[in-house]
Ligand binder design. Structure first.
Ligand SMILES: [Zn+2]
Length: 238
């Protein structure tokens, strides 16, 4: 297995698209890395498949209220990191499936943004996995290869909408059981935590959350001798 500490500043990528299921997925798993890309002058955009409209323990709230609150939190978190754009697809939370409809939409997002790196959920880790994470990770990989690449696939996006077929060279999968690349986030961990704390509806104790995320970053980094890290599985589509 290849084990590599990746130097963000020397990577030949300029456009990074992050595709996730819910508000706070990015801040939980890859915001330290996103921050490194932003600091290096890269162009970063998010696609959120749901707006997390089931993400509350308060039964008096409506789906619409929760979604509105969580979209606002996600926009605030994105602005803390300095990303360029956030797109909400507004699939219903906890009901995302790996359908052709979702794949078509994710192909569209890839053909709009033209990324040279996509970051998303690893769809094949353990038994305890949110079904939306599995569906979004699997469908994003299927959208990258071969669908976004092939001009006759979802050809109306090219013929009618003026988009173009696009090859995404590689994807990085977070929350993976089999990481093979590690990113040093020592300089960006404070901003990752600040962005995670922007999702105020998703925690009650900010101090506990901060200490948990500091400990997790240290545990991930320990495998490769870094003080704080995020880890990914790299998938090569070239
Ligand atoms: Zn999630």
């Amino acid at each position: 297995m290849e084990i590599a500490k990746i130097d963000i500043d020397s990577l030949a990528v300029s456009r990074i698209l992050v595709v996730v299921a819910h508000p706070d997925d990015i801040e939980s798993w890859c915001a330290g890395t996103i921050c490194r890309f932003v600091d290096a002058g890269k162009h970063v955009c998010y696609v959120l498949c749901t707006s997390g409209d089931k993400g509350t323990s308060d039964p008096t709230l409506t789906f619409e209220h929760v979604a509105e609150m969580r979209e606002a939190e996600q926009l605030e978190a994105g602005s803390i990191l300095g990303v360029d754009c956030v797109t909400f697809l507004r699939w219903p939370d906890s009901e995302v499936e790996a359908t052709l409809t979702l794949r078509r939409e994710l192909v569209r997002q890839i053909r709009i943004f033209l990324p040279d790196l996509v970051i998303t959920h690893d769809p094949v880790p353990p038994y305890r996995l949110h079904p939306d994470h599995r569906a979004v990770g699997r469908t994003t990989l299927d959208a990258i290869f071969p669908c976004a690449r092939d001009p006759l696939t979802f050809a109306e996006q090219i013929n009618k909408d003026g988009l173009q077929a696009h090859v995404v060279p590689e994807a990085w999968l977070f929350a993976t059981e089999t990481p093979d690349i590690w990113i040093d986030i020592a300089t960006t961990l404070p901003r990752k935590i600040k962005a995670r704390l922007a999702h105020t509806s998703q925690h009650t104790d900010a101090g506990e959350l901060e200490s948990n995320w500091r400990r997790r970053a240290a545990e991930v980094g320990e495998a490769v001798g870094l003080a704080a890290a995020e880890a990914f599985k790299k998938v090569d589509f070239r």
